[in-house]
Design a binder for this molecule. Structure first.
Ligand code: URP
Ligand code: ZN
Ligand code: ZN
Length: 479
């Protein structure tokens, strides 16, 4: 299979240049002027368009069993919807429950993901601790290409990781050369506030943001950052939704700590008034954690993205339909947490980021693709339009427009948090592994065409304690 993308402007995170792109057997073979297509090659005319690395969404939950139900979008439908929006790779999560084997769960998720039509990888959650978890983390890093472990600091009595678990897992990740990631909300505080709100008779979705105040996120962000600082492990905070958490990241980064932050397209554009919508279905459709916030947080998050203190954009795509959300009628704590967006992230970011002048095109590429590839160690195989890279490419028409709606989206969910938003800038073509899967509105996903992407470990570094101990007693510090 060969493909020539002719006449466009190639936009990478570091520069933009007029060039053709030639693809063969799933790999980019040439980037340059006036490339010739061999006979039989498919040709895309990219005149007036941008040729960019396909989006990488580093935070999705396809088919997640969660809060008594299962997310409606599976790995096939979810990756297909992603490609309709220009995203060609997702990093999803294996989430073992307390006491469950990491390896068994990893194999289960790998099985579910076999039907994906775009490439995928997995972060693995550490929710509890014993020797088998220690061992499995080693196996996952050394044999399975997992270089990031997730920690939920919320969801008490379910998947919440206590501080002891965070400590043990962070230490183990450090010695393995893996990144630790965290959902930062103080789960105990959320649990107590949920109880209190229910006792007060505030039982609808309007209680959701009250039970998860910005301070609960700020506290947990600071706790994770401080633990990571003492242990010396790099930390990536998922779905940063508040100025409070962002300020903790900025403080730590200014102090030289390796701390990174992800922001969701939803948190940049949707505010907490949605929870006061009189229609339960609409309000509940927006229930996710952390919740959508007051508008001043959105301003701060945009600045975080512009300044480089937040490096990636994601969606936390985790869809539940109205009948599932209805499980929480009369008790907001039982509304399955999660919203969609994997199809819309790129267009929303382009419209509100690039078209508004907040982001350059190159920054758009960095924050939708390249930075995730670098942070999770798959660059330049992913995240670049360059010779030798996987041919995961989006041809972007900056003049194309549409109005986002659940009636027309490809996501397998009956609501869209961006409903009614007009976007300008859309993919005309999406190329995944060298195959054109989205062509001018025609989606052609192939079940099972997506590949599992192994992510190698980083070179292990010594933590602060080990460095100090090595000075006192070198024989005590071995790797
Ligand atoms: O509400 C959310 N975000 N659901 C998915 C699980 C998580 O916290 O990321
Ligand atoms: Zn989360
Ligand atoms: Zn999530």
């Amino acid at each position: 299979m060969s493909l020539l993308i002719r006449g466009g402007t190639v936009v990478n995170a570091d520069r933009s240049v007029r060039a053709d792109v030639y693809v063969e057997d799933g790999t980019i073979k040439a980037v340059g002027e006036n490339l010739e297509a061999p006979s039989g090659a498919e040709v895309i005319d990219a005149g007036g368009q941008y040729v960019m690395p396909g989006g990488i969404d580093p935070h999705t939950h396809m088919q997640l069993p969660f809060m008594g139900t299962v997310a409606s979008e599976d790995f096939f439908t979810g990756t297909a919807a992603a490609m309709a929006g220009g995203t060609t790779m997702i990093i999803d999560f294996v989430i073992p429950g307390h006491g469950e084997s990491l390896m068994d769960n990893y194999r289960t998720w790998r099985g579910w993901a076999e039907k994906a039509c775009a490439d995928y990888s997995f972060h693995v959650a550490v929710t509890w601790w014993d020797e088998t978890v220690h061992k499995d983390m080693g196996t996952l890093v050394r044999e399975e290409g997992v270089n990031s472990f997730k920690h939920f600091m919320a969801y008490k009595n379910a998947i919440m990781a206590e501080d002891e678990v965070l400590y043990n897992s962070f230490c183990r990740a450090l010695e393995l050369g893996a990144m630790v990631t965290a959902h930062a909300e103080n789960g105990e505080l959320v649990f107590q506030l949920q109880k209190k709100l229910m006792e007060m008779g505030i039982t609808g979705p309007e209680a959701h943001p009250l039970s998860r105040p910005p301070a609960a996120e700020g506290e947990a962000a600071n706790r994770a950052i401080r633990l990571a600082e003492v242990i010396g492990v790099p930390l990536y905070l998922v779905h940063v939704s508040t100025e409070d958490a962002l300020n903790e990241i900025i403080r730590a980064r200014n102090a030289g700590q390796r701390v990174y932050g992800e922001v969701l397209a939803g948190h940049l554009l949707v505010d907490e008034s949605v929870y006061r919508h009189p229609d339960f279905d609409v309000a509940a459709a927006h229930v996710m954690s952390p919740p959508f916030r007051e508008k001043h947080h959105q301003k701060a998050l945009w600045k975080g993205l512009q300044s480089g203190n937040l490096q990636t954009t994601a969606t936390d795509h985790c869809c539940f339909c109205a009948d599932q959300k209805a499980m929480g009628k009369g008790d907001f704590t039982k509304i399955p947490n999660g919203t969609g967006g994997v199809e819309d992230r790129m267009a929303v970011l382009w419209t509100h980021g690039v078209n508004s002048g907040k982001l350059t095109m190159e920054e758009f590429v960095a924050t939708t693709s390249t930075n995730a590839a670098k942070l999770f160690n798959i660059f330049p195989r992913k995240g670049a339009v360059a010779v030798g890279a996987d041919a995961d490419i989006v041809v972007w028409d900056p003049a194309a427009t549409k109005t986002i709606s659940a009636k027309t989206h490809h996501q397998k969910v009956d609501y869209n948090i961006f409903e009614g938003m007009e976007v300008t800038g859309l993919p005309s073509h999406t190329v995944a592994g060298g195959i054109v899967t989205w062509r001018m509105g025609d989606l052609r996903p192939t079940m099972g065409a997506g590949r599992y992407v192994k992510r190698p470990a980083f070179a292990p570094v010594f933590g602060a304690l080990e460095k100090a101990a090595a000075l006192l007693r070198p024989e005590a510090v071995k790797r």
